[in-house]
Design a protein around this ligand. Structure first.
Ligand code: FES
Length: 208
């Protein structure tokens, strides 16, 4: 009976050169697949993280740059009375005698000082270079290039109605309601609106 020689046995079990080359080529391809897959996962992870980062509010509620919510009795003065200043939000809430309600950025539009309300003269006056502003923030006199900047305001009524000046920033008309009709005052300090130009007329905006 013929038996295989050691040389013949080795030849039958060892991979041929062609087989070795084929195995090596598959492994490289798999390796490239892994790299490609890892790159895709990494890219998706970065996109997801960026999306979440942009979706989250930058500022917490109640800190400057974020949203402030109040019951009207806390922050809304009687019509025609001195404005109420909210230092944490860096704004004044002004309620005009004709029923307009507006939120004014505290900072002077000239060089950034803080105008103060002068009850005697019924106007804001800047201590630095003398700019003056009406109760609704419109410019009166001085080097300031425009009226006081504003923040978007939303008034939420108990009956579900909302009144907002959105990106406009002009006073909201609440002359037809009382403060008791208002459930909430919402101020967005993250969307400052440029103050009105010299000579701008007083006006209401954005009811309902
Ligand atoms: S900073 Fe207010 S007038 Fe100059």
């Amino acid at each position: 009976m013929a038996t295989a020689t050691p040389a013949q046995g080795a030849a039958s079990t060892a991979p041929t050169k062609a087989q070795a080359v084929e195995v090596s080529a598959v492994s490289r391809r798999e390796f490239l697949y892994y790299i490609w897959g890892a790159s895709i996962v990494l890219l998706l992870g970065e996109v997801g993280a960026a999306t979440i980062w942009y979706a989250l509010p930058r500022f917490r509620e109640g800190e400057f740059g974020g949203t402030f919510r109040y019951t009207p009795s806390d922050v809304v003065p009687a019509a025609g009375e001195a404005p109420i200043t909210v230092p944490a939000g860096r704004f004044h809430i002004a309620h005009m005698a004709d029923g307009g309600l507006v939120v004014l950025y505290q900072v002077c539009t000239h060089l950034g000082c803080l105008p103060k309300w002068e009850p005697v003269n019924t106007r804001f006056a800047c201590p630095c270079h003398g700019s003056q502003y009406h109760l609704d923030g419109r410019w009166i006199t001085g080097p300031a290039p425009r009226g006081l900047d504003r923040f978007p305001l939303t008034v939420v009524l108990h009956n579900g109605e909302t009144r907002s000046n959105g990106v406009d920033g002009w006073p909201i008309d609440i002359s037809d309601i009382t403060l008791d009709d208002i459930a909430q005052i919402v101020v967005d300090t993250g969307a400052r609106v440029t103050g009105p130009a010299h000579g701008a007329e007083a006006r209401f905006t954005g009811s309902a």
